[in-house]
Design a protein around this ligand. Sequence first.
Ligand SMILES: [Zn+2]
Ligand SMILES: [Zn+2]
Length: 397
Amino acid sequence: MARQQATQHHPLPVRSIAPFDDAPGVWLRCALHTHTTNSDGWLPPAMLRRYHAVAGYDVLAITDHDQFTAPPDGPDDLLLIGGAELSLRAPASCGPLHVLAIGVTGMPEATREMSLTEAARTIRAAGGLPFVAHPVWSGLRTEELDDFSGVAGIEIFNAGCEVEQGRGHANAHWDIWLAKGHRLGGIATDDLHTPGFESFLGWTMVHAREKSRVAVLEALSQGRYYASAGPRILGLASDGERLTLRTTPVQSIACLAQAPHGTQINAGRMHPTVHAERRRTPDDQIREGATDGDLLTGATFTWLPGARFLRLVLTDPAGRMAWSNPIWAPVISTKEKSPAAAASSFGTKLFARATPPPGHAERNEASRGEAGPRERTTPWRGDPFGTRRAGSSTSSG
Ligand SMILES: [Zn+2]
Ligand SMILES: [Zn+2]
């Protein structure tokens, strides 16, 4: 009875966000960008396979430069999907434009002179999905690529480029391309050439309906994945207005719309929380991360009117990060499923777990009106994006 009263004060979510929904399937830790001795990697294909199998990966794509390496057999249950890394020329900066062909069954018929969209077509014709590799290492100007037709996404993190040059993160490129309306996913990879150097530092968590090449590609094309260099995203749900995340312990959680709009929760007593709400600690004594040394296992962010997308970026105390795919406005604002479907969704469980026990619920609700601006969940003032909203998604630079 008391529990029912509590849930009346805390409306249940109406939608969990893919891939953290209740769709049946398996989580697969995927290495999607690796090299062997067939190009400039140190390990022969069979050894590269063994290396990833013993490290606990589920899926491996061998992506040698401009050639297709036949997936080697091995005494393990690692799933090998085909791959290649195509070398194109960037149209304006004229440097390298590398495109991963993930999941191909043979070498795409691409040439160095092809445009990105032409290469994407040949990759799809060869059964794979195109992802633009390491845009920062390549020195790509964001405006020189304005047509991503057929492209599935980009590398938001490339560990090899990070270890080698500190150029592994593509935050600005992704933000700018997303703000222009390009619906690109973000993967994390090692770009493994040298075992022990850039190995097992970045991977992509794919939620596929089964462990098969076709299902992995299907999940990648549907955005059912997130990128990680450490943290695991455990749940993500929306109640139509607020986005609630659960994660393994992290130091900060950013919720980003098109720049310059977004907010971040940081753990530590000197870090106020604005436009977002910290979870309460499991013992229900205080809010998470409100004291030094305490970490965050989730947060709730208020949906921003005018946001075209939101994406979450998590950073653990060692600086290792994870990146959700963008959640596009029409998706998140989709109104509720049937109550029965909502009740069975992961999001419901997520909120149910996050709901304070009876007693606290009433106190929280009662105190909401007087709470300080740092703890209160308040809508963003005005419409921070209003003036730029109309038609801006189709503008080009
Ligand atoms: Zn490359
Ligand atoms: Zn590479």
